[in-house]
Design a protein around this ligand. Structure first.
Ligand code: HPA
Length: 267
């Protein structure tokens, strides 16, 4: 808790204004932070005691400023469990944002499609999630100052309708579905693909710890969007790779940006 408060103090001194919306940008989706106006950029490694992410396709910094007229703070580069960060470290930024006064979270990720109707480049509104990581950011002594011991997760993604409306307004096609998070970093075997598609529409290696943390911390609005960067067939014919994921994210950037800007504006 002390570390969280210290980081919040550090950021407060650097930021021009209190952010209202936090934006977490997934693999290959970080460029939306370039659209933020009147930017304050703070590299993670400038922040005492703050973790640094090293995944390709991720910068490692906060970009705060105005996006669609709203006061935002974006994470260009998030912390993944597979990098060796603890769940506590992954949870930390969300808790810091809450102390800074943030009430809304828009979380994005690159994900593998499990639903056979999905296509590469689809944008999926996250309807619900499955925590398949085998651990939880809330394990350990409860931070009573932040939230309660046993937070319900029903209705976590409470901005689905809003995203749908924004998608219609901006003529960006969307699908919706359940996201399952696994630890990674390996991709799923065909047998795993067939198993997980019984429960979920998309699979990834992030987002769930952040959303659990945000619900615990009492965020009022949570929106999740997955970019489907590859589609699993459940057979051995298709072999996913990271370059493909980043390439698909790059291609889908224009429509993704359009949707994100609209969601931010209306959140
Ligand atoms: N599996 C897990 N995570 C991912 C995938 C995938 O196929 N694609 C992008 N992130």
């Amino acid at each position: 808790m002390e570390n969280i408060k210290k980081t919040a103090e550090f950021l407060k001194k650097r930021l021009k204004e209190e952010p209202e919306i936090a934006l977490i940008l997934g693999s290959g989706l970080g460029s939306i932070a370039e659209l933020i106006e009147d930017k304050t950029i703070i590299d993670y490694d400038q922040i005492p005691g703050f973790p640094v992410s090293k995944v390709e396709g991720h910068k490692n910094r906060f970009v705060a400023g105005r996006l669609s007229g709203k006061k935002v703070i974006a994470m260009q580069g998030r912390f993944h469990f597979y990098e060796g960060y603890s769940m506590q470290q992954i949870a930390m930024p969300l808790r810091v944002f809450k102390i800074l006064g943030v009430e809304s979270l828009l979380v994005t990720n690159a994900a593998g499609g499990l639903n056979p109707n999905f296509e590469v480049g689809d944008l999926m509104i996250i309807r619900d999630h499955i925590n398949g990581m085998g651990t939880n950011p809330l394990i350990g002594p409860n931070l009573d100052e932040i939230g309660t011991r046993f937070p319900p997760m029903t209705g976590a993604y409470n901005c689905q309708e809003l995203i749908k409306e924004c998608a219609e307004k901006t003529s960006v096609p969307v699908v919706s579905g359940t996201y399952i998070a696994l630890t990674g970093p390996c991709y799923e075997t065909p047998a795993e693909q067939r198993m997980y598609r019984m429960f979920a529409d998309a699979v990834g290696m992030s987002t769930v710890p952040e959303v659990i943390t945000a619900v615990h911390a009492g965020y009022k609005n949570i929106a999740g969007i997955s970019l489907i960067t590859n589609v699993h067939t459940g057979t051995a014919h298709f072999i996913p790779n990271h370059e493909e994921v980043v390439e698909a994210a790059t291609k889908a950037k224009p429509k993704f940006q359009k949707l994100v800007m609209s969601v931010i504006e209306n959140m």
